[in-house]
Design a protein around this ligand. Structure first.
Ligand SMILES: Cc1cc2nc3c(=O)[nH]c(=O)nc-3n(C[C@H](O)[C@H](O)[C@H](O)COP(=O)(O)OP(=O)(O)OC[C@H]3O[C@@H](n4cnc5c(N)ncnc54)[C@H](O)[C@@H]3O)c2cc1C
Length: 550
């Protein structure tokens, strides 16, 4: 008989570990305990079942207990909650749905209990049905309400990716949806100006997006809920979903005396061992090392959970493996847009006081002369002196996924903006440009680092008084119509050389165009004609407008 491995939680991390263990060792005794009804279900697909984009419920069930038994010879016990871990005895206590309690011993224990949706004690929350989205039964309930009760209105509390996905799928069913978000932006991994692109889009899709306002109380009124916000505004909703984030499930680990980190996740080392060497932990429940900062972080994503499950299996099977860290590469569909991020964002860098620089590029998803290209907005964050890529955020409707993955690969290898320039990427007009948006981001970043262009950020420009600076809009008449920075003077780029005499030499000059490219040309012209106090607006009007006026 081989080793005996028990696994708590049968979804992303747990099921991955189990399957890999079996592939490596035919003799091992492997038991998965899952307190719910399903294992290995598609958490990430749940919102799309409500709209019918994922039409078949069975499609959400990636693997079944029977399938795991037949294919992997794994003993899967559903409706079985692990209620205690006794590390000294190397034993767990299991409670079945029928109340029966029994013990099981182990050589190795893997904890993959995930993270639970937050449910703050907001007044009235227990009087209403505050729905959550974590598992198949949760989504069954939401779908049942939408199918049978035909709600007219819904409120989604929380503007993270789960909240946004739910809003989109409810709206697709004809339910008028409000998103209530306490901070000033949706999608926290993005910085404000990138989220601002989404705000406009979400609004245009008919969602009532409420920002900078939290829920003060819930009250039941017949079949609806009255949601009173901190501002005093009241929102009436037939359906209320709480999606304000998750917190690691650590009850078992804590009661077993395992070390818990400052952020509230289970502490593990690079071998994913907890403070007890026979107990491993993976997935949303653990604190991981942030690949960029080296600090402990909570990054609840499916990719890391699956990878950690595999690594733990390797380690238990005697292989040399380790988990190096998480960089938080993520993407979400937000109606017709995709929003993606990897690495660290500007908010976090300024909090940690790590020096950085930022470039914005707004490229075409593929060659502009080939029909159908759309804008890909890239925010690249990099080290000021060494050009090391620290993070990226991309919003657009096409080709966002491949660009974020290119940059994620470079970040994983601790690469620089020069590596982004060098990437040789697949090109034909229907797919990309000879200089891919990722290459472009690298070039623009180098221009900034080299001092070929001095930039001003939208936050800085917004704070300046119109009298203190001379702002030149170098776009065309058509582009400027009704949409320009107040106080700016219009000098199209092609006329700039002829109108140099109109420009002050004793004032700071800011040039801007639509996306930053003609602004850069204007900068080069002006600085070579003796103007020394010139800056180009980083990302141009396309970055400035949603961030300042959106
Ligand atoms: C709606 C939704 C959409 C998502 N979309 C994405 C996405 O697009 N991309 C992405 O990267 N991530 C996404 N995620 C996050 C992703 O699903 C998680 O990061 C991943 O599933 C974490 O894996 P895990 O094994 O740690 O936990 P889980 O997959 O949550 O599994 C934990 C399991 O453990 C069980 N359990 C807990 N305690 C016990 C116990 N004591 N005894 C027995 N069983 C127990 C739970 O019932 C649960 O089934 C999404 C999550 C949700 C909810």
């Amino acid at each position: 008989m081989g080793k005996k491995v028990l696994i708590v939680g049968g979804v992303a991390g747990g099921a991955s570990a189990a399957a890999r263990l079996r592939r490596l060792d035919e003799e091992m005794e492997i038991i998965i305990f899952e307190r719910g009804e399903h294992i290995s279900y598609a958490n990430c697909g749940l919102p799309y079942y409500v709209s019918g984009v994922i039409a078949e419920r069975d499609a959400l069930l990636v693997q079944t207990p029977e399938g795991m038994r037949d294919r992997f010879k794994i003993d899967v016990r559903i409706h079985s909650e692990v209620t205690r871990v006794l590390p000294e005895e190397k034993v767990i206590e299991v409670q079945e749905a029928n109340g029966k309690v029994y013990r099981e011993s182990y050589d190795h224990l893997i904890l993959s209990p995930g993270a639970a949706p937050l449910r703050p004690p907001i007044p009235g929350i227990d009087d209403i049905e505050a729905l959550i989205v974590r598992n198949v039964l949760d989504i069954d309930r939401i779908k049942q309400i939408v199918d049978e009760q035909k709600p007219q209105t819904a409120a989604v509390v929380g503007g993270g990716f789960i909240g946004l996905e739910m809003a989109e799928n409810l709206q697709a069913r004809g339910v008028n949806t409000t998103i209530i978000e306490m901070s000033n932006q949706v999608m926290a991994p993005l910085d404000f100006e990138m989220a601002a692109i989404l705000h406009e889009h979400i609004f245009n899709k008919g969602i009532n997006l409420v920002l900078e306002d939290g829920v003060k109380s819930f009250a039941k009124k017949e079949n609806t809920t009255i949601i009173t916000l901190q501002s005093g505004e009241e929102i009436e909703a037939d359906l209320t979903i709480m999606a304000i984030g998750v917190k690691p499930e650590i009850k078992l680990a804590k009661e077993a005396g395992l070390a818990i980190g400052d952020l509230g996740g289970i502490k593990v080392n690079e071998r994913l061992q907890t403070s007890d060497p026979n107990i491993y932990a993976v997935g949303d429940a653990i604190e991981v090392k942030n690949l960029i900062t080296g600090q402990a972080s909570l990054i609840p994503l499916a990719g890391p959970a699956n990878k950690q499950g595999r690594i733990v299996a390797d380690i238990i099977a005697g292989r040399n493996s380790q988990y190096k860290g998480t960089q938080g590469t993520a993407i979400a569909k937000v109606f017709d847009l995709a929003a993606a991020s990897t690495g660290i964002n500007e908010k976090m860098l300024s909090k940690l006081e790590i020096p950085y620089e930022v470039s914005f590029t707004h490229s075409n998803s593929h060659a502009s002369y080939y029909p159908g290209s759309t804008r890909v907005s890239v925010k690249l964050i990099f080290g000021k002196s060494d050009g090391r890529v620290l993070g990226a955020q991309i919003v657009g409707s096409q080709g966002v996924d491949k660009r974020i993955d290119d940059i994620a690969g470079v970040i994983r290898r601790q690469g620089t903006i020069y590596d982004l320039q060098e990437l040789e990427l697949a090109y034909a007009p229907p797919f990309s440009s000879a200089k891919d948006p990722v290459n472009m981001a690298g070039y623009v970043a180098e221009n900034i680092i080299n001092g070929d262009v001095r930039i001003i950020h939208w936050q800085e420009l917004r704070k300046l008084k119109a009298n203190d600076i001379f702002i030149i809009d170098v776009r065309t008449e058509e582009e400027r119509k009704g949409k320009f920075i107040p106080g700016s003077v219009h000098i199209p780029i092609d006329n700039l050389r002829d109108r140099l005499s109109e420009l002050p030499k004793d004032k700071d000059i800011v040039v801007y165009c639509e996306i930053g490219l003609r602004g850069y040309l204007a900068y080069r012209i002006l600085t070579q004609h003796g103007f020394t106090r010139v800056k180009n607006l980083n990302g141009g009007w396309v970055t400035y407008y949603p961030a300042v006026f959106g």
